[in-house]
Write a protein that binds this ligand. Structure first.
Ligand SMILES: Cc1cc2nc3c(=O)[nH]c(=O)nc-3n(C[C@H](O)[C@H](O)[C@H](O)COP(=O)(O)OP(=O)(O)OC[C@H]3O[C@@H](n4cnc5c(N)ncnc54)[C@H](O)[C@@H]3O)c2cc1C
Length: 505
């Protein structure tokens, strides 16, 4: 039997994915008679290290009616203007990937083309000088962008660093208040309908059973429903993204948080530094093929600023994606749907877009194969675009060592090869269907990783150079002046959204 109506949605897993799903569905289905249950194994810990986000998290919270200041205080959050990449191109290199466009067009010619043209005659010009959030980040300042900026040059987005465990707890309270039933129990067996193969019932370790029509698998890497029960299959992308382990540890903080994540390239991967209000999150994401776990742990402990708050935790994973994110009446969200490594903080954003796809194709009148196929097609494209974006951080690197040499020599996916070839020729940037990262983000990484176009386009080439120079100078001056007026990030937090522990200090 294939269900014709959704009376009961069963979410399995109480990590960030499970509670984001429960909160979102309890809100968007509030006028439906549908019941929602979340089953969470009391003895299987969550990953809990997802701490850096993308700007879309603000929309997610706002749509649920969550007050931003309340959320910041209760999750110990700090603001994130982007990511600072240290030592990626070569030791000593440093660039910033902001959540914003660069500059403004001149006489209808896009800024990136103006910049390419200007840099050909003046290689000292820096992309960073045409981005307000980058300038704010350099000076560790933060201000919220105006909802209606005086000028497009002053527009930008921001995201957060937060404590993932506190965020999951925050959403749990939200969802339970809205009627979600919370069972602390472990799924043992999954009963499938013998004809359709659809999931009908979960047998829990306590002896209880839970029936439902729609099942959401948020059980983490293992995929208890999508993989163990439905054998959906996993596509391994570790030949492109070979990091497969991470040490993670929190540390004490004795200075204000920076309004950005720091990602530093290391011998066999990279380390992160994610500052929150009450502690700093640190980790080393590495490839076990090039570095053993003990050496990786030493590297991490040597590079963190404050005293570690606990023993480092080792997490292992395989980069790639579940072959289908929606299979029969089961949808995988979070780590159960795949993992592309945390370099650009895309996992929580993918939970959000997975939920959007579920709501777009919600099977209120029964399951439709065309809907499921379309949701899977979009999910795949989205993952492939992010995969390509991440590979672009590694492949052009000029760093020494086996890990980096092998990245340099790897064959690129065709979609990325095409983008690189187009950019190298005359700086042409392409946005394909289901891109998570805008053209400006691609521009940041191309320049940051030392890829420069041979020429600019025809229209940029014909701009009068005095007009071009004057315009770029005006942009730089306006942005530097706007950045200088913003408060320090730490002061901004203290004034507007300090978490209770900090206020009391
Ligand atoms: C090293 C690392 C760094 C990361 N950094 C970031 C980042 O900066 N930004 C970002 O966006 N993302 C990041 N992520 C990803 C992020 O952590 C996850 O996307 C997010 O936490 C969601 O995890 P999850 O809820 O899917 O799985 P988990 O946190 O693993 O939760 C799984 C849940 O399933 C339950 N469960 C398991 N088996 C059963 C069962 N049989 N019955 C009932 N319940 C069960 C468990 O009890 C748990 O509650 C990172 C991931 C890693 C590994």
């Amino acid at each position: 039997m294939i269900p014709q109506h959704i009376e009961h949605i069963v979410i399995v897993g109480g990590g960030t994915a499970g509670w984001m799903a429960a909160a979102s569905l309890s809100h968007f289905l509030r006028h439906q008679p549908t019941r929602i249950t979340l089953v969470e194994a009391p003895n299987v810990p969550t990953v809990g290290v997802g701490e850096a986000t993308l700007p879309g998290i603000r929309n997610f919270n706002a749509e649920l009616g969550i007050d931003e200041v309340d959320f910041i205080r209760k999750t110990q959050a700090s603001f994130k203007l982007g990511i600072r990449f240290r030592d990626w191109l070569r030791p000593g290199s440093d660039f910033f990937h902001p959540f914003a466009d660069y500059g403004v067009p001149l006489s209808g010619v896009p800024f990136d083309q103006c910049f390419i043209r200007a840099r050909q005659s003046d290689p000292a010009l820096q992309l960073a000088d045409y981005s307000l959030p980058t300038l704010l980040a350099h000076e560790e300042r933060f201000a919220q962008p105006s909802p209606e900026p005086e000028h497009p040059l002053l527009d930008y987005k921001y995201a957060f660093h937060f404590d993932a465990l506190l965020y999951a707890a925050y959403l749990r309270d939200y969802a339970v208040e809205r009627g979600v039933r919370h069972l602390r129990d472990t799924v043992g067996q999954v009963q499938l309908n013998p004809d359709s193969g659809y999931i009908e019932q979960l047998d829990l370790n306590s002896g209880a059973t839970v029936e439902g029509e729609l099942f959401i698998d948020c059980t983490g890497f293992r995929g208890v429903l999508i993989e163990d029960a439905l054998n959906t299959g996993y596509e391994d992308w570790s030949h492109w993204l070979p990091v497969d382990a991470a040490w993670a540890v929190g540390s004490e903080v004795d200075k204000d948080p920076t309004p950005y994540t720091v990602s530093t390239a290391r011998e066999a991967g990279w380390t992160w530094r994610i500052p929150l209000q009450h502690r700093c999150g640190n980790g080393y994401v590495f490839s076990s093929q090039y570095c053993d776990a003990d050496t990786a742990q030493e590297t991490l402990l040597e590079c963190i600023d404050g005293k570690p708050l606990a023993e480092p935790r080792l997490l292992r994973f395989t980069t790639g994606m579940r072959k289908r994110f929606w299979h029969r009446n089961c949808i995988a969200l979070g780590l159960a749907s795949g993992f592309l490594e945390p370099l650009e903080s895309t996992s929580i954003a993918l939970i959000q877009t997975g939920l959007s796809k579920l709501l777009m194709f919600y099977p209120e009148h029964g399951f439709n194969n065309a809907d499921i196929a379309e949701a899977n097609r979009l999910a795949r494209l989205e993952m492939e675009r992010i995969r390509d974006f991440l590979i672009l951080h590694y492949q052009p690197s000029q760093r020494e060592g086996a890990f980096w040499q092998d990245r340099r020599n790897m064959a690129l996916p065709d979609t990325l090869r095409h983008k690189v070839d187009l950019f190298r020729q005359r700086g042409h940037l392409v946005s394909l269907e289901m891109e998570s990262f805008q053209l400006a983000s691609w521009l940041s990484i191309f320049y940051g990783m030392g890829i420069e176009p041979a020429h600019c386009g025809l229209r940029a080439g014909e701009l009068p150079s005095d007009q071009l120079q004057a315009s770029l100078t005006n942009m730089r001056t306006a942005l530097a002046s706007a950045a200088a007026k913003a408060p320090r990030h730490g002061d901004f937090i203290q004034r507007h959204c300090a978490a209770p522990a900090l206020s009391a200090a």
